[in-house]
Design a protein around this ligand. Structure first.
Ligand code: UDP
Ligand code: MG
Length: 196
């Protein structure tokens, strides 16, 4: 069986991670957060990419796709090696720009199917407030006002056009993510009940 992927996109703090954990509890998906995988890689003392990853994350820029794809692919391969039936993946926070998309298409063409794009549409001001709130305890080097300004710019300039591209292909399922976690999840449920 090939991996069946749902890409989960939206601005920083739109609620991707929160909603993904709920989806996992309810449906048989494996959640892969590209950002979390990069942060884990950065933490490894022997990683050759640690410094590079930290620099990109702090600046709100997007890590070269070779690194991100290798982490995502390793996780998918490992998951399916343990249980070949476990082929449904929520890939959260990826693809974020043209480089990501091209890398995915090049590496995964014919090897995985993208079911749809779950798009958490959230007002930028709300996104910033949520990340600043999260920053009080997240320990993340990019949950501060300076990094957030850059992350929002990167989202608008680089990620939104990727969502628009998928929209033209009829692949986007959009949710209003400025509402409460429960309300957003109600809308998410409707989508997954329909799409499977
Ligand atoms: N990042 C990246 N490529 C990815 C995903 C994340 O380079 O495919 C980097 C990027 O610098 C981003 C940061 O990791 O700003 C944090 O991403 P994450 O998805 O964790 O942030 P969130 O959107 O959940 O707040
Ligand atoms: Mg996240």
């Amino acid at each position: 069986m090939k991996p069946l992927v749902v890409f989960v996109l939206g601005g920083p703090g739109a609620g991707k991670g929160t909603q993904c954990s709920r989806i996992v509890q309810k449906f048989g998906y494996k959640h892969l957060s590209a950002g979390d995988l990069l942060r884990d890689e950065r933490k490894k003392p022997d990683s050759q990419y640690g410094e590079l990853i930290e620099k990109y994350i702090k600046e709100g820029e997007i890590v070269p796709v070779e690194i991100t794809i290798s982490l995502l692919k390793r996780e998918m391969d490992q998951t399916m090696a343990v249980n070949a039936q476990k082929n449904k993946f929520l890939i959260d926070g990826f693809p974020r720009n043209q480089d990501n998309l091209q890398g995915w298409n090049k590496t995964m063409d014919g090897k995985a199917d993208v079911a749809f794009i779950l798009f958490f549409d959230c007002d930028n001001e709300i996104c910033i407030e949520r990340c600043l709130e999260r920053g009080k305890s997240s320990g993340r080097s990019d949950d501060n006002r300076e990094s957030l300004g850059k992350r929002i710019q990167t989202y608008l300039q680089c990620t939104k056009p990727i969502i628009d591209l998928y929209e033209e292909m009829g692949k986007v399922r959009k949710v209003d993510a400025s509402k409460s976690v429960d309300e957003v999840f109600e809308d998410v449920l409707k989508i997954f009940d329909k799409e499977g």
